[in-house]
Design a protein around this ligand. Sequence first.
Ligand code: PGA
Length: 255
Amino acid sequence: MKPFLFVGNFKANPVTREEVEQYQALLLRETGEKRWQHAEAALAPSFAHLALMESLPPSFSLAAQHGFPEKNGPYTGEVTFAMLKDLGVGYVLLGHSERREYFHETNDTVAVRVDSALKFLLRPIVCIGETKEELDAGKRNEVLAAQVRSAVQGLSKMQAEKIIFAYEPRWAIGSGMTPTSKEIQEIKDTLRSLLGETSRERIRILYGGSVKDSNLEEVCLAPGMDGVLVGKESLSPYEVVKMMERAEKYYDHKQ
Ligand code: PGA
């Protein structure tokens, strides 16, 4: 069984170095250097704070929220995957809905980044999901199919299996609303059926959008998702650890 994956997306938070240091100190205090057997976490602070996050507990690794596909060169303002790799980053979020909405990311720009991230040995976490309008128009599956196909297009099976998909309905992000457990399970089945025969069991699929400790079971564990992508609640080390513990216990009972 693949371990549960908790991904924390800090977005443009917090502001100060002191807060980042406090976060790590609290996280270390809460985990007491514990190693989870069935759960692992990746935290994605802003670029400005990546290098400060160097004292993470075991079972935790670093993720980036975005990245530039070229290795280096005259690209003012960009941070490349090669730089991220060198900083010890293991995962990179790609195509988050806020990047699609405010920074003109499309399925095509995401596909280029998936390819490049894999070349630089980063695990891409590709965010997919429909808007409320697309949902109401009955276009959810069509939108998801285009997002998934574009991300895996041109990749070998081995490369494609390294992708992690995060299903994040846009209307659920930061809204307190979530799909039902049954709907999430159906979407997982739809996504799996879009992936090739062998890959579909290997590719991890996470759920994201208004995840918190009290709904973790409903939106992730019960529908059999492989983990969660969490925004707001990941800003509290207590909540992160609570969710890791809950997943660990759930997986323990399942065995
Ligand atoms: P949220 O954000 O958990 O605050 O809804 C999720 C995300 O944007 O990845």
